[in-house]
Design a protein around this ligand. Structure first.
Ligand code: SF4
Length: 62
C-alpha cells in the first residue's frame, strides 16, 4: 500500500509519523511525507492515519 501526503494541506501536527513511523516522517519543511510503502500491520495504521489526519491531507491506495 502506498500513502501520499499533500504538503499543501498538511499543517505539520506530527500525528501520522506517531501512528506509523515506518511509512510517515516529518520533512525538513516540517510537513509530513510518506517515504515508504506500507507492509503488513502498517497498512491498518496507514488507514488509521488517513482517518485521523485533522486536515485530511493523507490518501492511500489499496
Ligand atoms: S496527520 Fe495530517 S496534518 Fe498531521 S502531520 Fe500527518 S499529514 Fe500533516
Amino acid at each position: 500500500m502506498r500513502a501520499f501526503v499533500d504538503k499543501d494541506i498538511c499543517i505539520g501536527c506530527g500525528l501520522c509519523p506517531t501512528i506509523e513511523p515506518s511509512v510517515f516522517r516529518m520533512g525538513d519543511d516540517d510537513k509530513a511525507e510518506a517515504y515508504a510503502e506500507a507492509e503488513g500491520d502498517a497498512k491498518g495504521n496507514v488507514l488509521e492515519a488517513v482517518d485521523s489526519c485533522p486536515v485530511s491531507a493523507i490518501t492511500a491506495d489499496q
